[in-house]
Design a protein around this ligand. Structure first.
Ligand SMILES: NC(=O)c1ccc[n+]([C@@H]2O[C@H](COP(=O)([O-])OP(=O)(O)OC[C@H]3O[C@@H](n4cnc5c(N)ncnc54)[C@H](O)[C@@H]3O)[C@@H](O)[C@H]2O)c1
Ligand SMILES: O=C(O)[C@H](O)[C@H](O)COP(=O)(O)O
Length: 374
């Protein structure tokens, strides 16, 4: 069996080698000729899987994307050819939450207003959004939520329309899929028109898809002197970032919010499990077999540990300023895809076990729901 896999898929050889011959490919440049004899195709978000890519292939049985987003996959086309498809829902959700949290800590510090006095809007309350809501609520941050699809199915869901929510928040964070048509499109959810209604102090965080927040509209208002705090992990038209916008951002990164070691590796593992299921085989490998031992494994805290100390612990694991600095330094040199390919290791909160010096004392409530191990 010929398995073609994106070269940026960690542990793909280890997981898949005993199922077939694994050939690593540059996902951004992949051509129809290259995948003509693929039985299995494993991609990331940079490969458009559609009729054009598969035009020379008559043997493909399985397509997997090691991502949460599926906007790069023509699923209707795969169904029409009876090709099995699997994505990796939730694989990097915790990683994105840690990215957003680190960004919020930084904005709060820059504005000298503790996060506990902020109201944060979460738009799209699925795998990532709901974890983010839980995390922020654990930190005693007021959260408002917008998700019309959940509202339609869950009578108790505290949904606010986007327009309503935007009038009440200090920051808004987007966690929607890219949807271009239908009842609830997300394309340009932030646009020239609604930006004009949005007070300048309201921060915009986008770690969903670039096209959700119109980059040209953000640039226009910045050029008009609006100093809105912007945190952008994703961009219109990646990898060709609107360079003029970068100096106006507080945090700018190369679509790496989900790139923790665990987040990426879980994606590979989920595709391995899905392919095994399709082939009716018992999985032999698991993530635990390959994930390296974390550099920092245990942290002992004392009974004096306070809510205001959480930020320091989170920053030990991940500080978004590292990735922002790399982005500004390398964007016009090595470029966007190089930054993603050479992403330095980053571990999730779950890699750290937090212990109290006195085992008789309970772990503080605010530390629960953040994702650390206890
Ligand atoms: N930057 C990154 O590295 C990164 C990593 C992972 C995911 N993502 C992006 O984040 C998106 C969300 O991920 P997820 O795992 O939470 O997905 P999910 O499917 O679990 O949740 C998405 C939520 O958005 C809601 N939604 C859909 N249309 C909406 C609208 N118009 N307004 C408000 N809510 C709407 C859905 O009802 C759903 O609850 C993915 O589709 C992907 O594009 C980016
Ligand atoms: O949708 C996702 O899961 C993320 O956007 C994903 O992490 C994107 O990164 P890529 O697959 O391009 O590495």
């Amino acid at each position: 069996m010929k398995i073609y896999a994106d070269e940026n898929m960690p542990y793909v050889q280890q997981f898949f080698a005993d199922l077939g011959t694994v050939q690593l490919v540059d996902g951004r440049q992949l051509t129809a000729a290259q995948v003509a004899d693929a039985d299995v195709l494993l991609v990331r978000s940079v490969t458009q899987v559609n009729a054009k890519l598969l035009s020379q292939n008559n043997c493909l049985k399985f397509v997997g994307t090691a991502t949460i987003g599926v906007d790069h996959i023509d699923q209707a086309y795969l169904t029409s050819r009876e090709i099995s498809f699997s994505s990796a829902p939730g694989c990097n959700a915790q990683s994105v939450v840690e990215y957003v949290l680190s960004s919020l800590f930084l904005l709060a510090e820059q504005q000298q207003k503790p996060l506990q006095q902020w109201t944060v809007g979460v738009i799209g309350v699925g795998q990532i959004g709901s974890r983010l809501v839980k995390t922020l609520q654990a930190l005693e941050v007021k959260v408002l939520q917008s998700d019309p699809l959940r509202a339609a199915n869950e009578p108790d869901f505290p949904h606010l329309d986007v327009a309503d929510l935007l009038t009440q928040v200090d920051a808004v964070s987007f966690h929607v899929p890219l949807v271009k048509s239908g009842d609830y499109p997300t394309l340009k959810l932030i646009n020239q028109q609604n930006l004009q209604q949005l007070p300048a102090h309201v921060a915009i965080i986008n770690a969903s898809r670039g096209e959700v927040t119109c980059n040209q509209a953000l640039l226009n208002e910045a050029k008009n002197g609006i100093k809105r705090p912007l945190v952008l992990d994703v961009w219109d038209n990646e990898p060709n970032v609107l360079l003029e916008l970068v100096p106006y951002t507080r945090i700018a990164t190369a679509h790496i919010a989900g790139h923790s070691i665990e987040g990426k590796a879980r994606g590979t593992e989920m595709l391995y499990q899905a392919l095994c299921k399709t082939l009716k085989m018992e999985p032999k490998h698991q993530l635990h077999d390959f994930c390296p031992v974390p550099v920092m494994e245990k942290l002992q805290i004392s009974a004096n540990f306070r809510l205001s100390d959480v930020q320091n612990v989170c920053r030990m694991l991940y500080d978004v300023r590292r990735d922002d600095a790399l982005f500004r330094f390398h964007l016009q040199g090595h470029g966007f895809d190089w930054l993603r390919k050479h992403y330095p290791p980053r571990r999730e909160f779950s890699s750290l076990q937090v212990q109290l010096d006195n085992p008789a004392v309970a772990i503080p409530e605010f530390l629960n729901n953040l994702g650390f191990r206890f």
